[in-house]
Design a protein around this ligand. Structure first.
Ligand SMILES: [Zn+2]
Length: 344
């Protein structure tokens, strides 16, 4: 399916046009409503796809133009969650947010993103990746008055995600990615039931599957948290051994400009790795040489045919110009290392 060496992709979101939603803002509400919104989202998707094509990105996505938030938009489509009944909780043990409440059994009456994915499929012949929230991260973004168990609620979400993933696969999605930033925080739970839920979510899928584990968008709550993590970020060390044993195909992680010791990638040897070679918490556009340097380092721990150059996380909070520059840098950096590998 993916024949290019070092196929490039992005972790997820890309900036939205200013006529669709307030730029450089997370959770930004739509500026258009009703049927016009459907058309506007499709137009935004066409634009983001063109930007990815122009930059030479190999595995393309919808840039999350179709959703307001990577977790909430999915949950909004489920039964059992009351969006009127809100509670303030601490998300990822880090920042407080007002979140909806689980008031009954959770279920999915109909597909959430399948029409959007179909549209994306109709617009490109390149491999496409679709992101879904991971079960643990979903649980961590809610107040639960029904199951009263994070594990039980996550398991129910995993079953729902599996239904959605199977429909996405059926309309031609090549890679389904689960976003699990919570995996970097709740290590014990990840090992006890988080990875089991991830495996439940991918059960029976024939397309490729990925898990994205990062240190978050470049927002203040995250950059403040990162300052408390010390000079070496060893979070991956706690969870990688079990992820290595799991049947997920691809692990998407943060590298460039982070304090993650790159040798931790050795712990997932055998997996395909989407190596974050673009910092999303910084407006400075990487040089192709900087990208190449990160990829070369990663090559010590990932076989070349399993290395997928990527961004650290989503780029929705960045300006379109900066995001565009970073996409081009990613591709140019990958080209340098491709040339070196070909010369060997
Ligand atoms: Zn991320």
């Amino acid at each position: 399916m993916i024949n290019t060496l070092l196929p490039t992709s992005t972790a997820g979101s890309l900036p939205k046009p200013s006529w669709l939603a307030e730029p450089e803002t997370l959770w930004s509400p739509w500026k258009i409503q009703g049927d016009a919104l459907t058309n506007a989202k499709e137009d935004a998707l066409r634009i983001t796809l063109q930007e990815q094509h122009r930059a030479g990105i190999d595995i393309v996505s919808d840039g999350e133009q179709t959703r307001q938030h990577f977790v909430t938009t999915f949950i909004e489509h489920l039964d059992g969650v009351d969006f009127e009944q809100r509670e303030t909780v601490k998300i990822r043990d880090r920042y407080e947010a007002s979140v909806p409440t689980v008031v009954g059994p959770v279920s999915r009456q109909k597909s959430v993103f399948v029409e959007d994915a179909k549209f994306l499929r109709s617009q490109t012949d390149q491999p496409i990746k679709w992101a879904l929230p991971g079960a643990m991260t979903m649980v961590d973004t809610l107040s639960d008055k029904h199951y009263k168990s994070r594990e039980k609620l996550a398991w129910e979400f995993a079953k729902i995600l599996n239904e959605e993933a199977k429909e996405l696969e059926a309309v031609g999605v090549d890679i389904i990615q689960f976003d699990e930033p919570a995996f970097n925080v709740f290590f014990e739970e990840v090992n006890e039931w988080g990875i089991a839920c991830l495996e439940r979510a991918i059960e029976g899928l024939k397309c490729e599957t990925a898990v994205h584990i990062c240190y978050g968008y470049g927002i203040k709550a995250n950059t403040d948290w990162k300052k408390t993590l010390g000079s070496e970020w060893r979070q991956y060390e706690e969870i990688f051994p079990k992820i290595q044993q799991s049947n997920i195909d691809i692990v998407s992680l943060e590298c460039h400009c982070s304090h993650v010791p790159i040798e931790l990638i050795e712990l997932i040897r055998g997996k395909k790795v989407m190596v974050g070679a673009i910092d999303v918490a910084n407006n400075k556009i990487e040089t192709p040489e900087e990208v190449a340097a990160t990829l070369r380092e990663a090559l010590q721990y990932v076989d070349a045919d399993k290395l997928y150059p990527c961004t650290n996380c989503g780029m929705t909070p960045l300006s379109r110009e900066v995001a565009r520059g970073k996409l081009h840098a990613l591709r140019a950096g990958a080209d340098i290392v491709r040339g070196e590998l070909a010369a060997q």
